[in-house]
Structure formats: structure tokens, C-alpha cells
Ligand binder design. Structure first.
Ligand SMILES: [Zn+2]
Length: 469
């Protein structure tokens, strides 16, 4: 590993800092196979790109309008609750520029079977890990099914990505992942910006995958083949990385350097932590790297207290990196800092994470009494999202976000049968809706009106109304 370090000092984005050789737990080879040669230990990932450079995005105008608290098109991930579509792209070289050295159809003697299917099994394992961290099952990360938009697919490029660097965009886009990403996104119909690669074309792809699958969030997972590559690293030492906090894409190699294919799921789960807003906790691999204990991150704006540098706790955690990530994945360890940053914090311990522990809020006008004694009441209902916190890294959220629109809207008089409220525009499908109710003719005098609806939780109001003219 040290031979690389000289070259890597000059690389701003991906310095692969190796730790000393440490044997992986349970890594002993089966008796029938030759001994596994000395492998590097899982590297410190240095895997979160972009949070410093992305502040400009906050200057984009917010066009909330009818969306209310719902996520905007460019907000393709915010927290670990709701349905999360994962759009897997297997990157395949076609040999037309670089000599093709990797081929997904080549078998891996150490991991028999269809390699793409094996990768998808690891992906499902990582998704299941995160889903199991959700105390109320409100997180459902999933792979779109075959035939659905965003289902696992193979994307072709003229380059051989593993033989190239991924971080030297400023020198030449072909010395960065843009060389092959742009080709793949271009073929899917997503344009790129040649100047600065912003907005990332994967943002638009993820937004469409989200829409087509009915998910709340989506991100893109590129899997770059590295079966034959000697170290499973890109030319500049990068192993696996996420474009930025909250996505929209991440890159993993088939065997991720010292992590090897066996721990693909642990590495993916770690990268997903970034998509949900969690920071790394390992010591900063270079000055300014956002993994220190003074930082806040995530939708809720939670301190990085479990950071090796500047933290106050030292708990086992998926975001610690290297062997600690592998161990935490095996044991299901996510420290309170990462729980908070990823939006899984449940302040009132009712099993619902704060971000989905929301209620609708009602306003209503005074009832209008018809000569028959029937009451007509109109009003509005709106989701009251959990308020966003303040983050010191990443793109700040410009508005409070909820994945819910009010539903199950109903009313009753004097404790009678619940009846549906009517949406003035015909459907309750927006975060803010006008509603209307009309009662049967009521006897003159006071009556008890109850109105309720649900977002994360049900809520409503009770009101004394008079049916006297
Ligand atoms: Zn990381």
C-alpha cells in the first residue's frame, strides 16, 4: 500500500490511507482452496465526496407551491424513512477506447455463480440491514423489480473504469468517473454539464426512478468490475465512495480493495449511511475532511459525537470505517450519532422516528347552517413536518420535509359513525388540501363535531357546533 502513498499525496479527493495489516475475522480459507495471499486490511475509505463544494446548491430557488412539505425533485434523499429505490448499474467496458480487462460474464472462482446475481444478493443484504434499523419498519429500501424503471441494469462505456482514476475532473473529465458515468447516463437520456458536472445527471435519473416506482427517495449504485484488477481500487486509490451527502449516486468496486467481495454489503451499507446524511467517524484522512466531532449533519442536524477525532463517545458503529465497519455490519451496530444523523432518532420512544412522527393540522371556518338543520363546514388540512435541524456540512435543506400527505380524512357528529371528508379539488393527494363536510339535518342546539386525518400519526379536532339557525 505504501508505494501508492507518494502519488496520492497530490490527490485532493481520494487519498487511500492504509492501516496496518489486520486479519479479518472469519477470513480463513476453506481447506480445499490454496491459502489466501496476504491481503490489505480494509482501508479507511475517504469516501464522502463533495460536501464542501455543494453549498452553492442552496442558492437554488425553492419552488414549493403545491408540493408543500414533500421533497423537491432535486431532494432525492434526506433520511432513512420511507421507501428508498436503489437503481443498480453494472458498469461494463466495451473495449472501444480502453482495452477491456474486466467482463461481468467472467466467473469468480472464489465466489461461484452469476456474479451480477451475487452482487444483487449482497445489495439486498445491505438494504435489509438498514431496514432492520428502522424501529417501526417505516424504512423500506428496495431494488426495483425487473421491468420496472430503475431495475438493475448493465451500462456500457468505452472506458475500462477500474484502470482509470475517478477524481481528476479538473484535469480532464476522462480522468474522473464522469468519463464513464456521462456515457451511461447519456444513453439513458440524462444530460450532463461539461463545465462542472452539476447538477449531476444521476439526480434526474434518481428523481425519475423515485417517481416511476412510487418511492419516497432513490439513489444510483454503480458497481464497477474489478475481478481481475490487482487491488480492486481505481487508479488513484479510490475504493468506494458516495458523490455527496444525500446522494445521488455511489460507486463500489466488485471487491473494494481489502474489504473483498465478501464484505461488499458492509461497504454498501456504510455508503448508504452517507445517502441518509450520516458522516464518517474515522480520523480525517486529510485536512478538512468532514469526519470530526464538531460537525453536525443529517436532516435533524445531529452532532458527530462518535467521531474518532473530536468525539465524546467511542461506540461500535457502521460509520467508523475499516474493520469497525465490517464488525458493525455483522453485529447491527449504529451509534446514536449516526442514528440521529440518518433520521432514525425516536425522541419520544414510540418506535416512530421523528421524521415520520408527524401529524396533520386542521383549520376550519364557522359552520353554515341550512334551514334543514344540516351543517356545512369547510377548512384546510396540512401536514406539519418535523422541523429540520442545522447542518454544518452538505446541502442545507431549504424547507421542512415530510414524505406524507394527509389521508384517512373523516368526521363524525355526536360520536356517531365516521364519514369521509370531501376534498374540494376531488382528491386528497397533496400536503395541503381544502376539505368540506355536510352533516345530515341536525336537531336545533349544540352538537359535537370531530374531524380527523392521518399523516405519520392521526390527529384532528373536536368542536362544539350549533345547529340552531
Ligand atoms: Zn464513509
Amino acid at each position: 500500500m505504501s508505494k501508492r502513498l507518494g502519488t496520492l499525496v497530490v490527490l485532493a479527493a481520494f487519498v487511500c490511507v492504509a492501516v496496518g495489516p489486520v486479519s479479518l475475522a472469519g477470513a480463513a480459507a476453506p481447506a480445499a482452496t490454496p491459502p489466501i495471499p496476504q491481503r490489505p486490511a480494509p482501508a479507511v475509505l475517504d469516501d464522502l465526496r463533495g460536501p464542501r463544494a455543494s453549498a452553492a446548491a442552496s442558492a437554488l430557488p425553492l419552488t414549493l407551491g403545491a408540493l408543500g412539505a414533500l421533497p423537491l425533485t432535486r431532494e432525492t434523499a434526506a433520511f432513512a424513512a420511507g421507501r428508498v429505490a436503489v437503481a443498480v448499474v453494472f458498469v461494463e467496458s466495451d473495449g472501444s477506447v480502453d482495452r477491456s480487462t474486466e467482463n461481468w460474464s467472467r466467473p469468480d472462482p472464489a465466489n461461484p455463480g452469476n456474479r451480477r446475481a451475487n452482487v444483487l444478493a449482497k445489495v439486498r443484504s445491505a438494504l435489509a440491514w438498514w431496514n432492520a434499523r428502522s424501529p417501526d419498519g417505516s424504512l423500506e429500501a428496495f431494488l426495483p423489480a425487473a421491468g420496472q424503471y430503475g431495475a438493475p441494469r448493465t451500462g456500457y462505456t468505452r472506458f475500462e473504469p477500474i484502470s482509470r482514476p475517478v477524481s481528476q475532473f479538473n484535469k480532464d473529465y476522462r480522468l474522473s468517473d464522469a468519463g464513464w458515468r456521462w456515457e451511461i447516463m447519456g444513453r439513458l437520456g440524462y444530460a450532463h454539464d461539461r463545465i462542472d458536472d452539476r447538477p449531476l445527471p444521476e439526480r434526474a435519473y434518481a428523481a425519475k426512478v423515485r417517481r416511476k416506482t412510487g418511492a419516497d427517495w432513490a439513489f444510483v449504485l454503480y458497481v464497477v468490475d474489478s475481478l481481475r484488477d490487482a487491488d480492486g481500487m481505481f487508479r488513484d486509490g479510490a475504493v468506494a465512495y458516495t458523490a455527496d451527502l444525500y446522494g445521488p449516486y455511489m460507486v463500489l468496486t466488485y471487491d473494494n480493495d481489502g474489504y473483498r467481495f465478501r464484505h461488499f454489503d458492509a461497504v454498501l451499507a456504510h455508503e448508504m449511511g452517507h445517502v441518509f446524511g450520516a458522516l464518517d467517524e474515522y480520523a480525517p484522512p486529510r485536512p478538512g475532511y468532514p469526519s470530526t466531532g464538531d460537525l453536525t449533519s443529517g436532516y435533524l442536524g445531529v452532532r458527530n459525537r462518535n467521531a474518532v477525532k473530536g468525539g465524546t463517545t467511542h461506540l461500535p458503529c457502521l460509520m467508523r470505517g475499516s474493520q469497525a465497519t465490517v464488525d458493525a455490519f455483522a453485529l447491527g451496530d449504529l451509534c446514536p450519532s449516526s442514528v440521529g444523523q440518518s433520521g432514525l432518532r425516536d425522541s419520544d420512544a414510540d418506535t416512530h422516528p421523528n421524521v415520520v412522527d408527524t401529524r396533520p393540522r386542521f383549520d376550519s371556518a364557522a359552520p353554515v347552517v341550512a334551514s334543514s338543520g344540516a351543517l356545512t363546514v369547510t377548512g384546510t388540512v396540512r401536514e406539519k413536518p418535523w422541523p429540520r435541524g442545522t447542518s454544518s456540512v452538505g446541502i442545507p435543506f431549504g424547507h421542512d420535509i415530510s414524505i406524507f400527505v394527509p389521508h384517512a380524512l373523516q368526521f363524525r357528529i355526536d360520536g356517531g359513525e365516521w364519514l369521509p371528508l370531501v376534498a374540494v379539488d376531488g382528491r386528497f393527494d397533496e400536503p395541503v388540501e381544502k376539505w368540506k363536510l355536510t352533516t345530515a339535518p341536525l336537531a336545533a342546539g349544540d352538537h359535537k363535531l370531530e374531524v380527523q386525518g392521518t399523516t405519520g400519526e392521526p390527529a384532528g379536532f373536536v368542536k362544539q357546533v350549533s345547529a340552531s339557525p
